[in-house]
Design a protein around this ligand. Structure first.
Ligand code: SF4
Ligand code: SF4
Length: 359
């Protein structure tokens, strides 16, 4: 979940073609009982802020930079000031970060649209198309207005300038890694290796402890649990139920990290493989690694595969904790358990630092 979001200086505008391939085949319908994406502090422009303050002159805004402010949350880890009983009081005037969600545009050496798969309004079955076969085709369903908002924002933003900067960075940063092995083995084929790690190791995706504050926790919505934050505890993972006005309603429970690889049924294995294939096609995978730097003396491809192996471990561990919280856990992971793990991980993963830009 993006807890805050910086936005561009709109002094220079640029036209560029948005790559929308990663939206193909997905279906979206917002869930009225969710509200998860409003547990955030959206960045607002001066114009957006002025419109919001006309509706509610005393609405609290936190300071930002680059001409932006942030709509203040209602309390620690609470929802945006404008959320009331899961409804946005300023829906028609909501700022761009809210209007585009669950879309997200990353600009490295090109603008690429992706989906924040933590959103429970997205049907994740399209991920199966990334499990080694041809990627899904066909326009996404239910994302027309979100896509229109993205195109509008691109017209207001210096995207052309960012791309030029991104192309220069791409050339410079790749030289920090050993020469690539991709001539002998493609990264897509090597993804199979990332699927066979037997010991879950979520690497940098270990959630912080509750004591770091609810604002720092990865969030998810589950129909049985409501909105929860995921924290590291002494016994494994903890789930904390969130209150709209801030603070938590209490701990749902604490769940041990599975020792070793959980069993996956065929559909669960395909969904997980599809998720990793989808993430491999996201430019942000590479640009986040550019930001973090080389892990050792390996190739860039080696490092990206380790990133995907960590992502996979995080999905399995988080999926296991949520399944235990909702029904006592299962011996074999299917699509339900994998989807829970994906939803509990994806926004957290997309939030990692990138040297690219987020629109
Ligand atoms: S997270 Fe998704 S389903 Fe939930 S309120 Fe936001 S857009 Fe709707
Ligand atoms: S402005 Fe509305 S849509 Fe945006 S975070 Fe606040 S309540 Fe949610």
């Amino acid at each position: 979940m993006r807890r805050s979001k910086s936005r561009p200086d709109a002094s220079d505008r640029g036209a560029a073609t948005l790559d929308v391939a990663l939206l193909s085949g997905f279906r979206f319908q917002c869930r009225p009982d969710c509200g998860l994406c409003c547990y955030a502090s959206p960045a607002v422009t001066v114009v957006e802020q002025r419109r919001l303050l006309q509706i509610e002159p005393e609405a609290p805004m936190d300071p930002g930079d680059g001409g932006y402010r942030f709509i203040a949350p209602q309390g620690e880890g609470g929802a945006c000031h404008f959320l009331s009983a899961n409804r946005c009081r300023v829906h028609a005037l909501r700022p761009f970060p809210c209007a585009e969600y669950p879309l997200l545009v990353h600009v490295g050496s090109r603008p690429q649209a992706t989906l924040v798969l933590t959103c429970p309004g997205l049907d994740l079955s399209a991920l199966d198309g990334y499990a080694g076969g041809p990627a899904p085709e066909g326009p996404p369903l239910g994302l027309k207005s979100e896509l229109a908002m993205v195109h509008l924002e691109m017209g207001r933003s210096p995207v052309g300038e960012w791309i030029g900067e991104g192309m220069r960075l791409d050339r410079v940063l790749r030289k920090r890694w050993s020469p690539s092995l991709e001539a002998t083995e493609s990264i897509e084929r090597r993804l199979a290796a990332a699927m066979s790690r037997s010991v879950p190791d979520p690497g940098s995706l270990v959630p912080p402890p509750r004591s770091d504050g609810l604002d720092s926790l990865p969030l998810l919505f589950d129909p049985g649990l409501g909105r929860v934050g995921l924290a590291s505890g002494t016994d494994g993972l903890e789930l904390w139920r969130l209150r709209e006005s801030g603070g938590d309603v209490g701990e749902v429970g604490s769940y041990p990290v599975p020792q070793g690889e959980p069993a996956l049924d065929e559909a669960g294995a395909r969904r997980l493989r599809g998720y990793l294939g989808y993430c491999l096609r996201r430019d942000s995978l590479t640009w986040q690694r550019f930001a973090a730097g080389p892990r050792g003396t390996g190739t860039l491809e080696d490092d990206l595969l380790r990133d995907l192996a960590e992502l996979r471990a995080a999905v399995l561990i988080r999926g296991s904790a949520i399944s235990m919280a909702t029904g006592g856990g299962v011996a074999t992971f299917g699509v339900t358990e994998i989807d829970r793990g994906i939803r509990a991980t994806d926004a957290d993963w997309l939030d990692r630092r990138t040297v690219g830009r987020i629109l």
